[in-house]
Design a protein. Structure first.
Length: 625
């Protein structure tokens, strides 16, 4: 079977290559409209040629198959549209989710404004694997942040389509439809896929890599091994979490190939590695060349990160001095977290629905996950071909315990888990139909397939409709957009004021307002990490002149304080002769800094164990490299 017979993989591979091409334009500083138009023109020409005379005319054949399917099953297509439309509608709202406005969208905005890929020292993560952010640049240039969100919504839906195709290959189309319904019935997947996060892209690429690897296991076609490596490379270019699956599948390749001899093992490992390196190597080479760490800013005791030490390291080394702790110390600490977290891991399906406070009230998992796990996992695990997949997911769960345990990080294995569970359900139904022949028609009917799919997708659809009702009318003009954002992020009003009165000619320090930086046209400083971190300001809050002097060192013009969002001290001293209130609201205050601060001598700050003296502020250069 050629790749042209698998349109979802073709489209996913095309999107991955497009993101890689945009990355290349960014490296040479040509990520601008003329270059992007030229790139898309070339792609269009190649597509037209392929459409007109490709092998067997696969595109035309696929379109004909879709047309026939629509004519034969109009109800299914209408029902599918009813599921998809609320998802797309959610993606049309202005962004307000935390990490999206903290660094994902600021990345994309900086790339679009500079036409390059600058290192952004004012962000919590100045550089990252950024395939999704780079891929969003053309959409951002066309329709701002809504375009970036629609890219993720597309990848969310492509994951569902991939599950249908995969299920049809390994069991039946019914299994794939149920797996896709379970995926789209997961409220957390819906919320992430309609936000400007990158987890939908990561999940699609990992699922595509699994699909290609499973195809390789069935056919031993080396091209599938290379394809799996390419998709793993795209995943690694999107988020560091993909590195776990590169290691896991690499180990799987070696153990399987070694049974056939050393030669085949090396060839198999080389093909997988070639696919990964072709895609991921340029991204990680850029990160290493810029920072000296291939996993910046994580694992500082091993690689170093300076003032951008991650929360991950701080959590792993709560009782250690990061400057003196070794990689072994970190490994031991992580091992303890895994052992202590085993019970927590088992309880995740329950907690993700009924105890969401543990996960900061993120959108829940599908409640059917708890039902299907005990019902079908035992059926599937009896099949030897699925045991390695179950071990892979278990291994990732143990690895997840060493991270910050964000529920979003588990999304990446949910499509595979859902497919395995739905295969188990169908096999269980097959056993029932064999024992009760009179019920066979009902158990194997298309009506049952559709009914179960509707039930499985219901939580996601209900969540999407609920969020649409909660969010209210879709903003259609700048005024309604500002009103919508101010209702969810009140301090945005202060940045709107600065944008309207100062344009991009200002520097504002946001104290406990780091997730608002995307909305600032000027330079926005302040976060828990970085050279202008809160640690540089908070010890001085009892002495107004010291705060003023420190902010002037950062070339700050305005101070935005949201006291309820962090540990703002009751004794904070911001005297009126140095800090003039410009805008006061119950949840925030915007101050203008007065005077040059030359008479204010800052009191010393206790030396931080995680950062050295802060470097020179970027001043008014928004995207200083």
């Amino acid at each position: 079977m050629g790749l042209h017979d698998q349109p979802v993989l073709c489209l996913g591979l095309g999107l991955g290559v497009l993101g890689q091409a945009l990355f290349g334009l960014g490296l040479i500083g040509r990520l601008d409209i003329p270059s992007i138009v030229g790139l898309f023109s070339a792609i269009t020409v190649v597509g037209i040629l392929g459409f007109a005379g490709g092998p067997g005319k696969p595109v035309q054949n696929e379109l004909r198959r879709c047309a026939r399917s629509i004519r034969r099953h109009p109800g299914v297509w209408l029902g599918g549209s009813a599921v998809v439309l609320p998802l797309l509608a959610l993606a049309l709202y202005p962004p307000f989710t935390f990490d999206a406005t903290l660094y994902h969208l600021p990345f994309t905005r900086a790339f679009a404004e500079t036409g390059a890929l600058p290192f952004l020292p004012t962000l919590r993560f100045p550089i990252f694997p950024q395939w999704a952010e780079v891929m969003s640049v053309p959409a951002y240039l066309l329709s701002s942040d809504v375009g970036a969100k629609l890219i993720q919504a597309l990848l969310l839906l492509l994951t569902a389509a991939l599950l249908i195709a995969w299920g049809a290959e390994i069991q039946s189309r019914r299994s794939g439809i149920w797996a896709a319904a379970l995926w789209l019935g997961t409220p957390l997947a819906i919320w992430v896929g309609c936000s400007a996060y990158v987890d939908a892209a990561l999940t699609f690429f990992i699922t595509a890599a699994f699909y290609a690897w499973h195809d390789y296991l069935q056919r031993s076609d080396p091209r599938r091994l290379l394809l799996s490596g390419l998709f793993l490379g795209f995943a690694a270019a999107t988020k560091y979490l993909a590195l776990f699956f590169i290691g896991s599948l690499g180990l799987w390749v070696l153990t399987r190939a070694l049974r056939q001899g050393l030669g085949p093992a090396w060839k198999a490992a080389a093909r997988l590695s070639l696919g990964v390196l072709l895609v991921a190597a340029p991204w990680y080479a850029r990160i290493y060349a810029t920072t000296g760490s291939p996993l910046f800013p994580f694992y500082e005791p091993i690689f170093g990160a300076g003032p951008w030490t991650s929360f991950h390291d701080r959590m792993a080394l709560e009782t250690a001095d990061v400057r003196s702790a070794s990689g072994l110390d970190m490994a031991l600490e992580q091992g303890e977290r895994v052992v202590e977290g085993l019970g927590f891991l088992v309880s995740v399906p329950w907690r993700a629905v009924f105890d969401r406070g543990v996960f900061h009230w993120q959108a829940p998992f599908s409640p059917f996950l708890m039902v299907l796990l005990p019902l079908s996992l035992l059926v599937v695990i009896k099949r030897s071909e699925w045991r390695p997949w179950c071990l892979l997911m278990l291994g990732y769960g143990l690895f997840w315990l060493t991270t910050v345990r964000d529920l979003r990080f588990l999304l990446v294995v949910l499509p595979l888990l859902g497919l395995i569970l739905c295969v188990g359900v169908e096999r269980g139904l097959g056993l029932l139909s064999d024992h009760w022949p009179k019920r066979r028609p009902a158990l194997r009917s298309d009506v049952l397939t559709l009914a179960v799919a509707v039930v499985l997708v219901a939580p996601g659809s209900a969540y999407a409709v609920y969020k649409l009702h909660q969010l209210g009318p879709l903003p259609t003009d700048p005024a309604s957009r500002e009103s919508f954002l101010s209702g969810r992020l009140p301090a945005v009003e202060a940045l709107i004021l600065l944008n309207d009165t100062r344009g991009d000619d200002y520097v504002v320090y946001g104290l406990f307002a780091e997730n608002l930086r995307y909305f600032a046209d000027g330079v926005f400083l302040g976060d828990w990490a970085g050279p202008e971190s809160y640690a540089q300001i908070m010890p001085l809050l009892h002495h107004g002149p010291s705060v003023h002097a420190r902010l002037r060192e950062f070339d700050v013009d305005f101070l935005l304080v949201t006291p309820d969002a962090g540990p703002y001290p009751a004794h904070a001293d911001l005297p009126a002769h140095l800090f003039e209130p410009m805008l006061e609201r119950p949840s925030f205050t915007l101050y203008r800094l007065l005077g040059d601060g030359s008479l204010a001598t800052p009191r010393p700050i206790e030396a931080s164990s995680r950062s050295s003296e802060p470097p020179r502020s970027p001043g008014r250069d928004r995207h200083k490299t």
